[in-house]
Write a protein that binds this ligand. Structure first.
Ligand SMILES: C[S@@+](CC[C@H](N)C(=O)[O-])C[C@H]1O[C@@H](n2cnc3c(N)ncnc32)[C@H](O)[C@@H]1O
Ligand code: SF4
Length: 417
């Protein structure tokens, strides 16, 4: 564990206590009391597995996928039946893996959720480039999907080769996207790949908008220890240079930055499952964040199906937050959107931000990470880089350790971070 993340955690949570996750889980989830609740559904199947990818996934088979979705529908019933009536929620996102592989059953999952939840801000779903065909897009649209996110990584064959993926057929993709339209068409790119230049990245972004995207997500490449990949990211200085310059490039093109790594060309184009105050997650590896707790489902497809078969929730680990821990979680993910309204913090926690973290926010302004404009904190270019840099540490210190363990053990007893 990095000393930087440990010290930062101690300072911000005002305790030496680590984040402790245990296998004792709650049978009811108190989500009724949560406003701004989002929904997430994980579909852990891919046609083939990319060596760089940390997510919970396994090779697709129709039989396994159908059994999994039958269990998923039961999990939705188990959680949805915990309260009467339909709870209003923000958005629903399907992530993976490659949820588009289950396109023929997405409508069934949405209907099961709509029995218990009223979705007000649209439905998003991830696709592999191979899934971008008029037929699959039509099926998804008919099911109620309003936003799609396509994992391009790069339009340049050189980088697809480095990542062990096949080149993308941009022409066929553009034709399919012209035929079936969505409110948001987002495309994922990875930057800081070996030998990648700013011009390579610029050409990818231009190609995205020419191919039919109205939103792009540009993720820094992260080399997870447990994935077994052998691609090494560019160094810190080159990464920073690339992040700053690509941000300038996107803003110069008139794109709007709506989070650290995402830019959109249209006002209503949004794709983010992360910046939610609270969320309920369904499926393997899905996480649930409520007012005082965070839980993570098992990573094992078979154990997931078994738990649900026994009428139990598939929770693997739970942490009951202290107030400061919850505040840190809130601040970290809210700042991902590059802005923070102190009034929202006060509404959520019932205590002013200034009282809890006045010193830290003054320091962040002094160091040039944040500005205060009309009462709203806004992240500067420098702030965005350091956020990104810290997030890299956080990912490699916390997520890498936790996911590394959870990939091997379906229900670990305890994890301390
Ligand atoms: C679930 S995948 C997207 C959908 C589909 N499975 C695909 O690969 O096309 C989510 C995204 O995470 C990003 N990603 C995966 N591994 C990454 C890594 N090691 N570093 C940075 N981004 C990564 C990729 O941009 C990928 O598109
Ligand atoms: S990057 Fe996408 S296709 Fe590749 S293994 Fe990860 S989820 Fe599957």
């Amino acid at each position: 564990m990095s000393i930087v993340t440990t010290l930062t955690r101690m300072w911000l949570t005002r305790t030496t206590k680590p984040f402790t996750f245990t296998n004792q889980y709650d049978r009811t989830l108190p989500y009724s009391e949560c406003d701004g609740l989002g929904l997430y559904v994980h579909i852990p199947f891919c046609r083939s597995i990319c060596t760089f990818c940390p997510y919970c996934k396994t090779v697709y088979s129709k039989e396994k996928c159908d059994r999994y979705i039958d269990a998923l529908l039961k999990e939705i019933e188990l959680v949805g039946n915990q309260r009467n009536g339909r709870k209003t929620v923000t958005s629903l996102y399907f992530g993976g893996g490659t949820p588009a592989l289950a396109a023929d059953r997405i409508g069934e999952i949405i209907s099961a959720l709509q029995k218990h939840f009223e979705i007000t801000e649209g439905i998003g779903l991830e696709l592999h480039p191979d899934n971008v065909t008029p037929e699959t897009l039509r099926t998804l649209k008919a099911a109620g999907v309003t936003k799609i996110s396509i994992g391009i990584q790069s339009f340049l064959p050189k980088f697809q080769k480095i990542l062990g993926r096949r080149p993308v057929d941009a022409r066929a993709m553009a034709a399919a996207l012209r035929e079936v339209d969505f409110e948001t068409v987002s495309m994922d790119f990875i930057f800081a790949l070996p030998e990648q230049t700013l011009d390579d990245l610029k050409s990818d972004i231009d190609a995205a908008f020419a191919t039919g995207a109205n939103h792009v997500a540009i993720y820094p490449f992260i080399d997870f220890t447990f994935t077994g990949g052998n691609v090494k990211p560019l160094g810190k200085r080159q990464k920073r240079d690339m992040l700053d310059k690509i941000t300038d490039y996107c803003l110069g093109k008139g794109l709007k930055r709506d989070s650290i790594w995402t830019f959109s060309s249209e006002k209503d184009a949004k794709y983010s499952s992360m910046t939610r105050d609270n969320f309920l997650g369904f499926g393997c590896s899905a996480t649930t964040l409520l007012r005082k707790q965070f839980k993570i489902n098992t990573f094992s497809v078979e154990e997931y199906i078994k738990r649900i078969g026994g009428g139990n929730l598939p929770t693997s680990l739970t942490i009951h937050f202290t107030q400061r821990q919850r505040m840190i979680y809130y601040l970290f993910w809210t700042l991902y959107s590059t802005r923070l309204d102190p009034n929202d913090f006060e509404k959520f926690f019932g205590v002013p931000l200034k009282k809890m973290y006045g010193l830290e926010f003054s320091l962040a302004r002094l160091l040039g990470f944040l500005t205060l404009e009309n009462g709203i904190y806004k992240m500067t270019l420098k702030g965005a880089f350091y956020y990104h840099h810290y997030e890299n540490y956080y990912t490699l210190s916390y997520i890498d350790k936790m996911w590394g363990i959870m990939r091997k053990q379906a229900f670990p007893e305890k994890i301390e971070l």
